[in-house]
Structure formats: structure tokens, C-alpha cells
Design a protein around this ligand. Structure first.
Ligand code: PMP
Length: 389
């Protein structure tokens, strides 16, 4: 063996130029300089100073409104947290119930199936939600160990009500798992008061941090089930007993090496939580709600229709607009990208072809940005091809 047979790629000999764009799709959102700069910070050891991890933990407890000891950030995106929640709580043969109000319930069902769970779903009407009665009926029929629900369904734009579901789950000895990737910080969630057993999010939406870290928290009940499993969780990387030790949540005096965390991404996450703390949760919820209402009124004044009919079910962070009749939605999104340097997107999963999706999250949630999207849409409807049929 003497000569290399794969030459150095030419593409990597040219500098990468990343354009600036208004990131008004369903995520990731723009990262403000204050948070981005932190990701350039100097590398610290795989066991970061405990104070940084402890600050992150306190920030997550505030954002989630929980006192849970086992609160940490998974190294990975929202999907990693989703698998962490499901792989730790579910054993082969367990019954799992997934509430489906868009793509995320379908994905949770898929993940649970992969580890040998018996999975059932309850499906909400498109752009709608499930009633407490629907949920109770399914809980009593399937007796699941875990109920999954997406609070902010970014594929359909639904903000699913949470009140009462936690209590119901506990009546049926079931853990309540909630995905708040697209909603936390932009709409109220009270983890402890609402009886949520596992809650997770991602860093790249309302928090405006780079993608790659995912806050998650486990209630005492969830920990009891997890730490008395008969079998080891299928994933070593996501095994909560290892993660809880890595994050100093297990009360043991020493923290060991489990994996190399994305250290600089954690600095950014800490800064993004500091920004949320500075604004205050209630102010952030209020700002997102007011901007969403302003944006929705602007869309309706252009005769565009909102996919979610009931106002109180509209997610304030991600808006789904019924794809305008006679237009090709792909032409609209690419026109807006080319002409306005602004990213919005089409549907996802069950909403593909049906909607356009606009995300105004974290620092992007402002009237000025809503106006920018309204002007871009107005322009696109004027210039994109419209069929007469
Ligand atoms: N859940 C919801 C509600 C989401 O919007 C997303 C991201 N679009 C995810 C989960 C998955 O997150 P990620 O892309 O960070 O893996």
C-alpha cells in the first residue's frame, strides 16, 4: 500500500460562504450575535465546569417550570431528546399511546415500534385537537405506560391544550410525555403543575441557539419507572442513568466521562437561556402571542386562510397558511427566498401540499418581521403563476 487513491476534494479547497438569510420557516431560527459569539468560545474539557452545566439546568427548570432534579440537555437535536424519552421509559412489549395531530405523533409511534412496543394511536382531525374524552377512552382501552403528545405541532400549526391530561394519565398509571420543541418559550407550559412527566425541546427554535442541544426533564414518577426497568435501554448514548450522572443529577459525588458533549453549543445554550431569563417567560409568551395575532390579522386581510380554524388552537410560533388556491406552493417559497432572501416553508408529513409554514420565533418574533413576511407574500402572489382552473 503506497499511494492514496482518493484525491483531496476540490470542493473543500474553496472557502465556504454562508449567506445571511431571514430564517422565518418552522426552524431553525436566526441566531443573534450575542448567542453565536459564545459558540466561538474556547474549548474546555469533556467534563465542562460543573457551574456551566448547573446554570443550564437552572435555565431549563425555569423555562419548563419544573423542580425536577433530573433536568439536563441531551447532546443532539430534538429527535435525540425524543428517542431519549421513549428509549428510557419503554421496554419491549410495553403498550404506548401516541396522540397524532401531525407528523410528530407519527414519529413517536415509529420510534416506540422500533424498540418492540405495542403502539396505538389516536388521531386528531387535521388542524384540530383531541378532547379529554378521546384521550380517556384510549387510555382506558390500551392501558399504555406512556402517552406522547406534541404541544406545538409544527407540521399543522396546532397548539394542543395540555390542562387535565397529566392528571388523567396518572389515573391510568401512565407517564405523560410532551414534545414542546416548537412551543416552549413562545406559549405557556407549566411542567409540574400540568403533571407532565417528560418534557423536551430543541435549542434552535424560540431559544435562537444553534441546533444540536436538546433540553429535557424527567419527573420523579418517570425516574421511578426508568430506574426500575427489567432491561437495559436499547441505547448506551441515551441511557438516562449515564446522562444523569454526566449532568450531576443523580446525587452521586463523582461525575464520570460518558461522552464528549458539544461544549461550545452548550455555551450558546446557556446564553440563550440567559436571554430568556432577562426577558422573562411571561413577557416572551405575551410577545409571541401578540405578534402572532398581528400576523394572522395581516394574512386574513390579504384573503389568505389560516389552516387552524380555532383561534385558541393556533401555535403562536409557527403559523400554517392554507396553500393559496391556483398557485404552486413551491414556486411561492422559492420566489420569496430568491427575491426577499427570506425562508418560509411548505408543509411537512400530513400537511405537505396543503399549507405554507411561517415561523416567527424568539428574537424573530416582532411586528417588523411579520410585516416583512406579509410584504413578501403579497409580492409572491402578484408575481407567481396562478392557474385559472
Ligand atoms: N418536534 C417538533 C414539534 C419539531 O418541530 C421538531 C423540529 N422541526 C422536532 C420535534 C425535531 O427536532 P430536530 O429537527 O431538532 O431533531
Amino acid at each position: 500500500m503506497s499511494a492514496i487513491s482518493v484525491p483531496p476534494p476540490k470542493c473543500l479547497q474553496k472557502p465556504l460562504v454562508v449567506p445571511h438569510r431571514h430564517m422565518f420557516g418552522p426552524g431553525p431560527s436566526n441566531v443573534p450575535p450575542r448567542i453565536l459569539e459564545l459558540s466561538l468560545g474556547c474549548m474546555l474539557s469533556v467534563l465542562m465546569p460543573f457551574s456551566i452545566m448547573s446554570d443550564i439546568k437552572s435555565g431549563i427548570q425555569y423555562m419548563f417550570q419544573t423542580q425536577n432534579k433530573v433536568t439536563l440537555a441531551v447532546s443532539g437535536t430534538g429527535h435525540t431528546a425524543m428517542e431519549c424519552a421513549i428509549f428510557n421509559t419503554v421496554e419491549p412489549g410495553d403498550s404506548v399511546l401516541a396522540a397524532v395531530n401531525g407528523i410528530w405523533g407519527e414519529r413517536a409511534a415509529d420510534m416506540a415500534e422500533r424498540i418492540g412496543a405495542r403502539v396505538n394511536t389516536i388521531v386528531a382531525p387535521p388542524g384540530g385537537c383531541l378532547t379529554i374524552e378521546d384521550i380517556e377512552k384510549a387510555l382506558s382501552k390500551h392501558r399504555p405506560v406512556l402517552l406522547f403528545l406534541a404541544h406545538g405541532e409544527s407540521s399543522t400549526g396546532v397548539l394542543h391544550p395540555l390542562d387535565g391530561i397529566g392528571k388523567l394519565c396518572h389515573k391510568y398509571n401512565c407517564l405523560f410525555l410532551v414534545d414542546c420543541v416548537a412551543s416552549i418559550g413562545g406559549a405557556p407550559v407549566y411542567m409540574d403543575q400540568q403533571g407532565i412527566d417528560i418534557l423536551y425541546t430543541g435549542s434552535q427554535k424560540v431559544l435562537n441557539a444553534p441546533p444540536g442541544t436538546a433540553p429535557i426533564s424527567f419527573s420523579e414518577r418517570a425516574c421511578q419507572k426508568i430506574f426500575s426497568r427489567r432491561t437495559k435501554p436499547v441505547s448506551f448514548f441515551l441511557d438516562l442513568s449515564c446522562l444523569a450522572n454526566y449532568w450531576g443529577c443523580d446525587g452521586k459525588p463523582s461525575r464520570g466521562y460518558h461522552h464528549t458533549g458539544p461544549v461550545t453549543a452548550f455555551y450558546s445554550l446557556r446564553e440563550s437561556l440567559a436571554v430568556l431569563v432577562e426577558e422573562g417567560l411571561e413577557n416572551s409568551w405575551d410577545r409571541h402571542q401578540k405578534v402572532a395575532e398581528y400576523f394572522h390579522a395581516g394574512l386574513e386581510s390579504m384573503a389568505l386562510k389560516l389552516f387552524v380554524k380555532e383561534k385558541h388552537l393556533r401555535l403562536p410560533t409557527v403559523t400554517t397558511i392554507v396553500a393559496p388556491h391556483g398557485y404552486d406552493w413551491k414556486e411561492i417559497t422559492s420566489y420569496i427566498m430568491k427575491t426577499h432572501n427570506l425562508e418560509i416553508s411548505g408543509g411537512l408529513g400530513p400537511s405537505v401540499g396543503l399549507v405554507l409554514r411561517v415561523g416567527l420565533m424568539g428574537c424573530n418574533s416582532s411586528r417588523a418581521n411579520a410585516d416583512m413576511v406579509l410584504a413578501a407574500l403579497r409580492d409572491a402572489l402578484k408575481h407567481c403563476h396562478r392557474s385559472k382552473v
